[in-house]
Ligand binder design. Sequence first.
Ligand code: CA
Length: 460
Amino acid sequence: MFKYWQNSGKGEKRAEKPVFRCFALLVSSFVLVACSKPLKTEIPKTNDMGVSSEQKPNIVWVISDDQAFGDFGFMGHPIIKTPNIDKLASQSLLYKNGYVPTSLCRASLMTLLTGKYTYQHKITFNDPPNKDKRARRVADKFLAQDYSVARLLSTAGYKSLQTGKFWEGNYKNGGFTHGMTTGVRHGDEGLQIGRKTMQPIVDFIDEAGDDPFFIWYAPYLPHEPHNAEEKYQAIYRDKGLHHKMQRYYANITWFDDTVGELMKILEQKGQAENTVIMFIVDNGWSPIIDAPYWTDYQGRKLKFHDRSKSTPYENGLRTPVFVWWPDEIKPQAHADFVSAIDFLPTTLEIAGVKPPEDLPGLDIITPKLAGRNLNRDAVYGSLYYHDAVELGNSVANLTHRWVREGDWKLIVNEIENTRELYNLKRDPLEQENKAELENRFSAKITHLENKLNKWWNPNR
Ligand SMILES: [Ca+2]
């Protein structure tokens, strides 16, 4: 039985295994090379992580839906209970400064699927112009014509399963070999995963047989409806919480429970030991308490906090990111900036698949195994109208661009032609807009805006 998941606090021995394995591989290679007879089989090729072509690890992406970055036990929240995710995070390579480029579901998930910024993959929106069905069918094919994590992994023999949120039509558009979603808006049957069943994952692992597998686990949680059953509500009752907060927290613990179920399935199938878990949130979310709603640029009345989802603020963009791979990675936490664009290149490195050359993201594992910082000084992103005004036109749909470098974050509001500058170390809630003191901070604003303009390249 797999000990790392079942017993906490036993991570110290993990470093021994890869070292032993590398040593064994070196010895066996020497014996094979020293042998004068022709080899019957080739020596397994390995990538930088020591993963041989004959023992590719399974990879599971756990993607939370609508959860603010601080709303986890391991991120220091004083009330919220997330014991299963906390345990994984404590055993992982953890980045607390993760970001998604766009704080809206579909655009953010498309960045994960393709490894590209929104202006590159062109899915800037949740819905097409006028919610037109024909335009939706056209947009659903964008992914079919682009890179996708599942298609790239299939070149290395991976079977792949789509579950949960998926906006790009049929799961086959994403190159998945198996899936739940067949084409209705944000996931149809896929949205049953976690909330109603985990059986598709059990069945898929059985069908994958001896092949390595990839699972897209993106349950519709803790996303609204915040309708977790009573056992979850009871955890947060009588704590003086607003009812909206209580119900949101209950959904978070429900989501956490499903992650525990997922790990149990991997164990029961004997796969946990050879599986990598990568965790991220597609966008943040916070309840709105002091008003019934706020209104966005398209007149949509949004019933969540106006500094969370669909906004360029930290509770919309920031997310913890971690990679759980006990055989290869000792528990460690880092302050480097990571981004959703990093999931694809990191996954390809794990699987030993050569990444396409024009991907903007980084492998976030290898440098840390070598004791180095990631080669990145800033993270970037852009926000757009919820309903596209023109399909595939990033400029016409743009509302904001943002960049974070060091402690500083610049937000450019493209609709109002205004700038906001925050020092996140001193002002993590983004309450003091330094751009209002323009003379004092004009050099900083110019510097960050020049970086932003250099990054922004919607025509490529
Ligand atoms: Ca979402």
